[in-house]
Ligand binder design. Sequence first.
Ligand SMILES: C[S@@+](CC[C@H](N)C(=O)[O-])C[C@H]1O[C@@H](n2cnc3c(N)ncnc32)[C@H](O)[C@@H]1O
Length: 316
Amino acid sequence: MEKGFHQPALAKLAIEYLVHNQEGVYVDCTLGGGGHGYAILERTSPRAFLIGIDADPEAIEYAAQRLSRFSNKYLQQAFFDQLEVVLHEAGKHPVDGVLYDLGISSFQVDEERRGFSYQSEGPLDMRFDPRQKVTAAVVLNGYSQEDLGRIIREFGEERHWRAIAREISRRRETAEFRTAGDLAAVVRSVVGERFLNKSLARVFQAIRIEVNRELERLRASLEAAFQVLKQGGRLVVISYHSLEDRIVKEFFREKYQSCVCPPELPACVCNKVRELEILTRRPLSPDEEEIRANPRARSAKLRAAEKIVPYREGQE
Ligand SMILES: C[S@@+](CC[C@H](N)C(=O)[O-])C[C@H]1O[C@@H](n2cnc3c(N)ncnc32)[C@H](O)[C@@H]1O
C-alpha cells in the first residue's frame, strides 16, 4: 500500500473482519486519506459499494483522488453521527459493514495550520470541519475555568488538570490564547520535564475531543451504524485511547447482553435479546512489524462485532 497522507493501521485485520460479502455495501466512517477505503474496494468485487464519510473536506478531496480509479463509491463530507442522512442521500441501506478508524490522521497532525500538534506554532484551531464555529481558541479563551478543568480531567485523564485550568484562566486575563505554542507553554509551566510530553499529548487530546465533540458523536454514530446494518453485517472499530475504546466496549456489551432483569425476578420481564455477537474477545493490536513500519499505529486497538438480529426498515 502506498504511503503519503496517512498509513492505515491494522488494515489487513480490519478488512478481514469487515468484508464478508464480496458484493456488499460498506461504510468507512473515517475515510481520512482513503487507506482503508482503498483496501475495501481493492478486495471486493466491482459490484460492491463504498460510502466514505469524513468531517474534513481536505480528507475527502485527497481520498477522492486516491480512489479515482473506482466508480463504485460515494464520498461525503459529514460528521459520522449523520450516518443515516448520508446513507439516504446515497440510496444505500441497509449495509454489510461499517468501519471506524478514530482520531486524527498523520496529515492533520503534520499540518501546522490545523493546530493539532503540541509541537507546532499553528493557530489554535483543531476543527475537523472548518465550517464549525467552535475552535480550540474559542474553548481556551471562552470556557470557564471549571469547564476547562473538567475537560482536561475527563477527556485528557491528566493528573494536573486543576493547575493547568487555573493557569489558563490566569494567563488569558492578560493575553488571548492564539497558538498551539501558547497552550503548550502553560502545560510546560505546570508539569515537570519528566512527564511533559505525555501531559502535552493529553491536554491537546482533551481540547481536540471537546472541539469536535468526539465522544458524544461516537456514541450516537455506533447506535446509528448498528441500526443500518443487515443481519450478519459487521461493525469494526479501531480506537487509539482508552476513552474511545471504553465507549466501543460498553456499546458492544450492551448489545450483547440478553435479559437485564434483576436476578431476584422469577421470570424475565425486560424481553431484551442478544443483538450482536462479539468477534474479538479482547481488542486486537498491531504486531511489532507493523509498529516498526508505522509507529503511529502503536496504540491502535481493533474491536469487531456482528449484528445477529434482522434489519428493520424505518428504524434508523
Ligand atoms: C485516523 S484517520 C482515518 C484514516 C483512514 N482510515 C485512512 O486509512 O487514511 C481519522 C479520520 O476521521 C475523521 N474523523 C474523526 N472524527 C470524525 C467524526 N466524528 N465524523 C467524521 N469524521 C471524523 C478525521 O477527520 C480523520 O480524517
